[in-house]
Design a protein around this ligand. Structure first.
Ligand code: EPU
Length: 300
């Protein structure tokens, strides 16, 4: 028999929570437990619940790079709550934000203060925590360039540390952080600019995105990382794979590295399409594309 679970932060634990609405793909099953945490202590308590129950932990940001299995996630999902979505632009131009802060919000807030550098975040529908974890980037910028330090919580040991990009070994869409490293907050440098210049750069970024990427559809950004010196989208397109579908999921006609989910799509269809495109690209070019999408839960 399962041991009773102590309430965390006034009974924030929820059971059997559907994860689909919490991801941009809107597919996938339920989490056995889900806890929105507002500070480090609550995150530690959530992690200790997982340890006690012997189940894995998943830190979920804005779910914009994620495919949750149709069978769900049999563990504890920890999500930075509203108490971790703050942001602050300092007098010295250093911008500090909680892990849950949406990147477009951070971009706009920074621009409003006449500071530049973080405008590219307007084109990434993720959170600060996710950006640090995967060194998110676009338009020639990436998180590592602007990150000063990240405050991290090791969910396995409850240790908190402050780390610089060099400690995190950040490279293209990569850091050395693992599943039990939770970003609590991050500090970013910015440069002196004017509000109108920074806001006009944000408009450029969002317009470019609207023109080149399948906005308004269900997707989770790029399916694959770009291989060195080339673009996964260009390669997939050159093989005539736009429109290729598995069930209700298809390679976007707008950009071939986006796989768009239609009505009734499932996580396993997304997974199968990723595998099929990967196989065809390797067969035709010898290049093994590495998925950028993160698959969580049991895909059999
Ligand atoms: N291209 C095609 N056909 C396509 C798509 C692209 O021929 O269907 C060609 C384009 O014409 C262009 C080249 O491929 O010559 C590169 O395309 P694009 O400029 O769209 O850039 P990308 O390499 O596909 C990267 C990032 C995006 C980011 C954009 C803009 C990766 C995997 N993708 O895309 O990031 O928004 O640059 O900076 O690094 C993401 O990571 O989720 C993401 C969306």
């Amino acid at each position: 028999m399962r041991t009773p679970v102590e309430p965390i932060g006034g009974g924030k634990i929820r059971r059997e929570v559907p994860l689909a609405p919490l991801t941009t793909y809107k597919v996938g099953g339920r989490a056995r437990w889900m806890i929105d945490v507002d500070d480090e202590e609550e995150a530690i308590a959530a992690a200790s619940l997982a340890a006690r129950e012997g189940v894995p932990v998943l830190v979920l940001g804005r779910g914009s790079n994620l495919v949750v299995s149709d069978r769900g996630f049999d563990g504890v999902v920890i999500r930075p709550g509203t108490g971790m979505s703050w942001r602050e632009v300092g007098e010295d131009g250093v911008v500090t934000a909680g892990a849950g802060c949406p990147l477009p919000v951070l971009a706009r807030e920074t621009a409003r203060h006449g500071r530049s550098g973080l405008e590219f975040f307007a084109g990434i529908p993720g959170s600060v925590g996710g950006a640090v974890h995967m060194n998110a980037g676009c338009h020639g910028s990436e998180t590592a360039e602007w990150l000063v330090t990240a405050r991290l919580l090791d969910l396995a040991t409850a240790e908190v540390s402050e780390r610089a990009p060099s400690d995190l070994e950040m490279s293209y869409r990569h850091s050395n952080l693992g599943g039990s490293d939770m970003v609590i907050s991050a500090r970013f440098r910015t440069e002196q600019s004017t509000r109108s210049q920074a806001e006009s750069r944000i408009r450029e970024v969002t317009l470019w995105r609207r023109l080149h990427q399948p906005g308004g559809t269900l997707n989770a950004g790029s399916a694959f990382k770009n291989p060195p010196g080339d673009s996964a989208g260009r390669i997939i397109d050159s093989l005539g794979l736009k429109g290729l579908a598995v069930g209700a999921v298809e390679v976007s006609e707008r950009h071939a590295n986006f796989f768009v989910a239609g009505a009734g799509a499932t996580a396993s269809e997304i997974r199968s399409l990723v595998e099929e495109v990967q196989r065809r690209v390797e067969e035709a070019t010898g290049i093994l594309l590495e998925p950028e999408l993160r698959f969580v839960g049991d895909f059999g």
